[in-house]
Design a protein around this ligand. Structure first.
Ligand code: AHR
Length: 507
């Protein structure tokens, strides 16, 4: 068996994980909201119409923050449609997804759901068809205590206490020609700047995310970030990144290697932000919000449904089931995000329920965990603390697209307060298990708590509601830690979580 080596020293740190790194996303798209989190006729529905079975799964998954209400949807959304008496709310054409929006769920209901789910809200404003006025009014509606038009409107709608939303997105993917109100970098940069100023005048405590590129292969990538930040640098806290991967030409080696590109994407955005900082002689450091990421198969059937039978309420869109290999890529994306914890402070798995999601539901029926549920849950539960600057020496593979891809990708997170150290590792090898040897120098008095493994003989295995889930983690990994030396077998095509704790910290 070939060997991979890791070296971790608690003195060599990358950065502290912001819990919001493990966020998620709910858009008014397909059955994410209607039939996902909200289904008043469902047997488990609570008094608000929220599915309790879904709430339970969201709590188990453990995202600390959820972005809402879009996505492309937000670029045509008038937030005023979604507040006040439900019977008076208009039905609107949603041009982003060619559906009919009933507005039964809106900002207030989402904030109620978020409280029940135990998550913060990351609210996006419309900078496509709307602008400064709608954005600053929404901040007033959500965060102002009372005594003004919009805060009193919230109170009259039954929400005495402000929603106190801290994290806000200045629009969505404004570089994309598919976006309603698509803009050039200069147009968006100016609008984002003036909107940010007004929003922060209403509530100076909020944090703002400016739109970066929709993905790293946009023709304007790089120039977009530099131009937008040239305008808005002083007024925002984060710049966004979005990235979805999928397997093409049945090429698993390339599919698994794509996080090498994600790593480069993050490095480029950091470099661009720091270039603007230098140019402006600014002391302020900008952070990154990777607020859409996932594996996403764009099935032509979904686009066909939108074109051929438009203006349906909550049609099933983008509900392709996930496979074991998709879970590995989600795990690799999580490792990549953690490795950049010093600069990437927010991450949003896109999305949460039904649409491109780790949780799936049947209308009137059950809910279940997709394969991708598990790496995300593990990262969110055990990936809190300080990311160590792990040295990884691994066998490598090459293919026509990627050269010298490490078979093992890994990261280590130390939670000194609770005396916990966790190593997350994916074995990309399709051929063989690898033996992991870890030199955990300086980590004295720790023992292995458990070694969780997600593996499957069939990389295409899926979980369905009809039969017991096939792709589930087991805790039979063989990791051992003796005098600072870690050993473990990482099965081929596996996600591994090796949890260690200071001796005595578990009692
Ligand atoms: O998450 C689905 C869509 O992907 C979002 O609406 C959009 O922002 C992105 O292109």
């Amino acid at each position: 068996m070939q060997t991979a080596k890791i070296v971790a020293d608690p003195e060599f740190k990358i950065g502290v994980v912001d819990p919001r790194l493990y966020g998620s996303f709910i858009e008014h798209l397909g059955r994410a909201v209607y039939g996902g989190i909200y289904e008043p006729s469902h047997p488990t529905a609570d008094e608000h119409g929220f599915r309790r079975d879904v709430l339970d799964l969201v709590r188990e998954l453990n995202p600390p923050i959820v972005r809402y209400p879009g996505g492309n949807f937000v670029s045509g959304y008038d937030w005023r449609d979604g507040v006040g008496p439900k019977e008076k709310r208009p039905h609107r054409l949603d041009l982003a997804w060619k559906t009919l929006e009933t507005n039964e769920m809106g900002t207030d209901e989402f904030c109620t759901w978020a409280k029940l789910a135990g998550v913060q809200v990351n609210l996006a404003v419309n900078l496509g068809t709307a602008g400064i006025d709608a954005a600053r009014s929404l901040v007033e509606y959500c965060n102002h205590p009372g005594g003004s038009l919009y805060s009193d409107m919230r109170i009259a709608n039954g929400y005495r206490e402000p929603h106190a939303i801290k994290t806000w997105c200045l629009g969505n993917e404004m570089d994309g020609p598919w976006q309603m109100g698509h803009k050039t970098a200069d147009e968006y940069g100016r609008l984002a700047t003036e909107t940010a100023i007004s929003m922060k005048w209403v509530d100076p405590s909020i944090e703002l995310v400016a739109c970066g590129s929709s993905n790293a292969v946009m023709p304007t990538f790089g120039i977009w970030e530099a131009t937008v930040l040239d305008h808005v640098y002083q007024y925002v806290d984060y710049i966004s990144l979005h990235q979805y991967y999928y397997k093409s030409n049945n090429d698993l080696g390339t599919f698994l290697a794509q996080t090498v590109q994600m790593d480069g994407f993050i490095q480029s955005v950091v470099a661009t932000a720091d270039y603007v900082r230098a140019k402006k002689h600014s002391k302020k450091q900008l952070y990154l919000s990777f607020d859409e990421w996932n594996v996403w198969y764009q099935n032509p059937v979904d686009r066909q449904l939108m074109q051929e039978t438009p203006w349906q309420v909550a049609p099933p869109l983008f509900e392709a089931p996930y496979t074991h290999e998709d879970a590995l890529v989600v795990g690799l994306m999580l490792i990549t995000l953690m490795r950049h914890a010093d600069r990437v402070k927010i991450g949003c798995l896109a999305q949460l329920v039904n649409t491109i999601a780790p949780i799936s539901t049947v209308k009137g029926g059950g809910a279940w965990r997709q394969t991708t549920f598990y790496p995300f849950m593990h990262a969110s539960r055990y990936g809190r603390g300080t990311v160590l600057n792990l040295q990884v020496h691994s066998p490598r593979y090459s293919n026509p697209t990627y050269d010298s891809v490490p078979c093992i990708d890994a990261v280590a997170v130390l939670d000194e307060e609770h005396g916990q150290l966790t190593v997350f590792a994916v074995n990309r090898s399709q051929e063989e298990a690898l033996s992991l040897e870890g030199d955990l120098r300086g980590v004295g008095g720790y023992e292995v708590v458990e070694h969780l493994v997600l593996e499957h003989a069939d990389p295409m295995a899926q979980n369905t509601i009809e039969r017991p889930p096939e792709v589930v983690p087991h805790a039979n990994g063989d990791a051992q830690l003796t005098q600072g030396k870690l050993t473990a077998t990482l099965p081929k095509l596996s996600w591994n979580v090796i949890r260690m704790a200071a001796v005595g910290s578990r009692s």
